[in-house]
Design a binder for this molecule. Structure first.
Ligand code: TXA
Ligand code: MG
Length: 314
């Protein structure tokens, strides 16, 4: 069983020492829990892939405590600087050209000449990154293809002894992964919808952005498998009523029969924070399937629906 430690200066120092020694540590961010390893240590990065059971070496997000440390590893364009000013620390990951001489292991970016960087808006996460004093690669702390963890117990249940230490910071405030925006080509492309809505990115940039998958001319994110975020039970979308054995995941005030409700008031921020936790909870007997009521496709609803479509494709 992994060691689950409440966050305090001692446990942060202990976790930082473990990272420096090449071990894996699960830690909370404002989006989801991450499975962290030293991004300059190829063996630690390989351990991340092994612990998650990732079928392929998909590139990972590198976490830094501040903009200055991020600039050591990537070249910031004008667009990148504007977005980092506006959204860091926060739930926006920028894919940028890797800086020559960066100490990052090539395995982190699966051999690409770009790198995905993020400064998390979680005080304890940044304290850990500062104490570790090195860039930390961290995908969500769940087995590959399964639901992302928004609580320490989700990590413990999913990864079990594949992770030796989990810092428990309670539930994640946003509850959805970061938005991944590729700024390495001429045109900005959203590779993954997430915690920062597309509309907010477009407003900050003063231009429309392309969305991978939705737009044939945009590249797809490596590793964006269509079946992902999958509960064990089958998922049925846009449900209006339940069938035999189904749990109903509701949204909004008209969900009287819902087993659980993402947000009674129809608040997308609250729904995002509840999404993975509610799916974890419904994903067990006596239910035999999970039916989900419709969620509007605006703001954070885009990221919520993206995760739900992938869960249903599993
Ligand atoms: O919220 C989050 O982003 C969480 C927390 C722990 O920070 N992290 C997370 O990391 O979701 P990860 O490694 O699972 O997400 C990686 C995503 C994938 O979709 C991957 O394809 C894309 O970022 N990505 C990473 N590096 C890339 C690169 N160089 N080029 C294109 N896409 C990249
Ligand atoms: Mg993930």
């Amino acid at each position: 069983m992994p060691l689950v430690l409440p966050i305090d200066p001692d446990s942060i120092a202990r976790a930082a020492a473990a990272l420096r020694a090449g071990e894996l540590v699960a830690f909370p961010t404002e989006t989801v829990y991450g499975l962290g390893g030293d991004a300059t240590n190829g063996r630690a990065v390989a351990l991340i892939f092994e612990a998650k059971g990732r079928p392929r070496f998909n590139p990972l997000i590198v976490h830094l405590p501040d903009r200055e440390s991020a600039e050591r590893h990537a070249v910031f364009s004008g667009r990148a600087a504007r977005l980092a000013d506006r959204f860091w620390p926060g739930a926006l990951t920028l894919v940028l050209p890797k800086r020559e001489g960066s100490a990052l292991s090539p395995l982190v970016s699966a051999g690409l000449d770009t790198v995905a960087l993020r400064v998390p808006a979680h005080d304890d996460a940044r304290a850990l990154l500062r104490a570790a004093d090195r860039p930390v690669a961290a995908p969500s702390a769940n087995p590959s293809g399964r639901l992302s963890p928004t609580r320490a117990e989700h990590v413990a249940r999913g990864l079990d002894d594949k992770v030796s230490m989990i810092l428990d910071g309670g539930p994640c405030a946003i509850g959805l992964e970061s938005t991944v925006l590729d700024l390495s080509a001429d045109r900005p492309v959203i590779l993954r919808q997430g915690g920062v809505p597309q509309e907010a990115v477009e407003e900050a940039l003063g231009e429309a952005v392309a969305v991978a998958g939705a737009d044939d001319t945009a590249p797809r994110a490596p590793g964006m498998l269509s079946s992902h975020y999958a509960p064990n039970l089958p998922v049925r979308l846009n449900a209006v009523e339940t069938r035999d054995g189904e749990a109903l995941l509701g949204f909004g005030p008209n969900s009287k029969n819902a087993t659980l409700n993402l947000s009674e008031t129809g608040d997308l921020v609250e729904a995002a924070a509840n999404l993975f936790g509610h799916l974890h909870e419904l994903d067990r007997p006596p239910h035999t399937a999970i039916a989900v009521m419709p969620v509007p496709e605006t703001g954070l609803g885009r990221a919520i629906n993206d995760r739900l479509r992938r869960a249903a494709a599993g």
